[in-house]
Design a protein around this ligand. Sequence first.
Ligand code: BJW
Length: 244
Amino acid sequence: MRTDEDKARELLANARAIVVFTGAGVSADSGVPTFRGAASDAMWKMFDPQELASMEGFAANPQRCYDWYNLRRAQLATIQPNPAHHAIARLQSRGAVIVTQNIDGLHERVAPPGAVVHRVHGTILQDKCLNETCPHRETIDLNNLPPLRKCPRCGNYLRPAVVWFGEMLPGDVWHAAEMAVAACDVLLVVGTSGEVWPAAGLVHLAQRKRARIIIVNLEPGELDNLASFLFHDRAASVLPQLVD
Ligand code: BJW
């Protein structure tokens, strides 16, 4: 008898246009803590998002906020993409589009040359100016982390180029993500609680456009009822089986 895994594998193999939408759970098997969920190291169990991932938090204590991002950068220097990232990269080689909420750059490390990763929540691998009208950006060397410092162009603080709560998502990236999702016939959703908007809305958009939705997530989540196929398991074990 054909299992759900067989059927999902077949759906991916025969798809016309695949979008893979990922969240923190895809990097969990590499050792990157998630934000939410049952894991004891889930970040929002230990830290207050408003203190660390918001403009107000940065304004109240830039040093504390910047130090926290540098701690996470130091951790990223020591970890590697896992079999889930590699399986997703193989889908990219077959034309799949990646939309990620992750800022860690792990998809990009294994993506085929020239493949685009739409990062709707920005990147921890760059700093940008606190002044939104200043175009200054700096690339971060994970092995030689810079201290908190001011922008050489305008004198405001530099901050991680990520999207904090209450901030707009980068318009061009968001537009590209929406276009890709609206045009796909299969959306593969991996490792996201689906609690953060507007990113979670992409899965609802796919449903409205009648795409088939496959969800791989360790725990039950907000998006489960949208799935045609649902796997509550680790991404690093399920994805290679679905893709290969
Ligand atoms: C595994 C696994 C394994 C574990 N294998 N699975 C509509 C309704 C309600 C609220 C809002 C709304 N619209 C906007 C909001 C407000 C807010 C929001 O969504 N709040 C909710 C939390 C209530 N959204 C915003 O503020 C956004 N901006 C915005 O809307 O702008 C317009 C606006 C402007 C001004 C005023 C009003 C509106 C911006 C959101 C920015 C999110 N930023 C963060 C931090 C990035 C920087 C950093 O890293 O420090 O992005 S928060 C954090 O959550 C991060 C993630 O990208 C994001 C999503 O998390 P994700 O990826 O889903 O991770 P988890 O941890 O939640 O889930 C992981 C899952 O993996 C779990 O389910 C596990 O089970 C699973 N898992 N191991 C497979 N091995």
